[in-house]
Design a protein. Structure first.
Length: 153
């Protein structure tokens, strides 16, 4: 029982600290309700003219997943690097399997557009006049555009 006494004392002190914090907060807090100006978001002194979007875009969560994946990989690679010599071939194979799994998850996130932050890019429709030639390209860019000279304007 003597070994558990410090743990019990620490537990009692933690509960006591939490209880006293709640009591002090209720005694020291202001009594009046906040106004609408106090409840409004503060944007560097500028009154917001529209409501913020209700949801974060999915890309935000995909970038967070990338961070977590690489964070976990680093956390596991440090202990592996410390005992690499004692693990030998088995340890090398295991870390390669782990790295492949992390890389596949990264490819999955990139294929879902985790790193595409700009607007969606659309391709121009293909020319229906036949194969692409110098004349068709010039006609497509503009009627007054001449052939490229190779010089910077």
């Amino acid at each position: 029982m003597d070994q558990y006494l410090p743990i019990l004392v620490l537990l009692v002190l933690g509960i006591l600290f939490a209880a006293l914090s709640f009591v002090a907060s209720s005694l020291l807090a202001p009594r009046k309700r906040p106004t609408t100006a106090k409840l409004a978001p503060y944007e560097c002194g500028i009154v917001p003219d529209r409501e913020p979007p209700q949801r974060f875009p999915v890309r935000f969560y995909l970038v967070a997943m990338i961070f977590i994946i690489f964070d976990i990989e680093i956390v596991f690679l440090y202990p592996w690097a410390v005992i690499f010599r004692s693990l030998r071939t088995f340890g090398l194979i295991e870390v390669i399997v782990f790295a492949v799994i992390v890389f596949v998850s990264f490819l999955y996130l990139v294929s879902n557009g985790a790193l595409d932050w700009g607007p969606a890019k659309s391709l121009r429709p293909a020319l229906s006049d036949g194969p692409r030639t110098t004349q068709s390209t010039i006609a497509r860019v503009g009627p007054d555009a001449g052939p490229p000279t190779g010089r910077a304007a």
